[in-house]
Design a protein around this ligand. Structure first.
Ligand code: PAZ
Length: 302
């Protein structure tokens, strides 16, 4: 199925109109400023219409949520399109640990423990500053179909040279069309379910040629076999003609990425053990590199 037929066959999710209007208002309020769409986390593929079970993937949204923070620091306006319940910028630092950082003073007052203040303050300050200046919009999705609609809607609103599309979400290549799903929960008494997965159409060509041809576009490529990572990244650049592919391997993605550009240049970003001990995150280095490339792109598209 091609991408046009995919959108024809799968109507927009129920909250699509108000969500995309919020994105439109946000984009309009930041005209001619550098703005990035960060996609983050994995998509779910339901296997029943009344969904009890679904196919998911490994992504927890570290790449996207950390990058969103560094983009804010680098002066970008951020639209964070993320999988519901995956990591979010700022909040990610406290997942599961927030309550341990607080103490009850009396039955009217809760406060941050002294020992936690230096950790919490700078993060809370950056979060509040970004929110108060309306510099970040977070847009959640859960299913693959929700992601596909929101991606298209957001890209079409971001078709300018000031826009950076940073497509880090781990999007399923397979799905089950709703009309082919069982209506109700599969019953084990009926034996093992026969599930036929269909291919999700590739939409990157539509992003680069139709929805946002003027934007600076970065796709991510995840592989598990080192021998094919660079070759597949180069193939993607040839096919979709966008600006950059960031390649990574499942088990080393937090300490090594490769940036592959149209001129076949491959840049390696590697964190040492010392960097990791010092709390350096690879997304900090990725975002500085990408910002420099986007600045050159802006200068050459006056
Ligand atoms: O979300 P996370 O930090 O656990 O993982 C990030 C990532 C590996 C999903 C991302 O860097 C990436 O490669 N995304 C594209 C995956 C793909 O090839 O579809």
């Amino acid at each position: 199925m091609d991408w046009e037929s995919f959108y024809d066959a799968h109507p927009s999710p129920s909250n699509y109109e108000p969500t995309i209007t919020a994105v439109e208002n946000f984009v309009c309020s930041h005209e001619n400023k550098k703005i990035v769409l960060v996609t983050s986390g994995g998509t779910t593929v339901p296997i029943e219409q009344n969904t009890v079970r679904f196919v998911d993937n490994f992504s927890v949204g570290t790449r996207g949520s950390a990058s969103a923070e560094y983009f804010l620091e680098a002066g970008y306006i951020v639209i964070f399109l993320y999988r519901s319940n995956s990591l979010e910028p700022f909040v990610r630092h406290f997942n599961n640990s927030l309550l341990d950082k607080l103490e009850i003073v009396d039955d009217k007052l809760i406060q941050v423990k002294n020992s936690e203040f230096d950790i919490l303050y700078p993060i809370l300050k950056k979060y509040k500053d970004a929110k108060e200046a309306n510099r970040i919009l977070t847009v959640p999705f859960t299913t693959l179909i929700e992601y596909m609609w929101l991606l298209r809607g957001a890209c079409m609103l971001m078709d300018t040279k000031y826009s950076l599309l940073y497509l880090a979400a781990a999007v399923s290549d397979f799905y089950i069309p709703p009309n082919e799903m069982s209506e109700h929960k599969f019953q084990s008494k009926d034996g093992p379910p026969m599930i036929a997965l269909r291919l999700v159409p590739k939409v990157l060509k539509a992003v680069t040629h139709i929805w946002a041809p003027n934007a600076y576009i970065i796709s991510f490529k995840l592989e598990t076999d080192n021998r094919i990572l660079i070759q597949k990244s180069k193939e993607a650049l040839k096919k979709y003609k966008h600006q950059l592919v960031i390649g990574n391997l499942l088990h080393t993605r937090k300490r090594n990425v490769k940036l592959i550009s149209q001129d076949d240049v491959v840049e390696d970003i590697v964190l040492t053990d010392q960097d990791i001990e010092n709390g350096i995150e690879i997304e900090d280095l990725i975002v500085s590199n990408v910002k420099a490339k986007h600045d050159i792109f802006l200068k050459s598209h006056k």
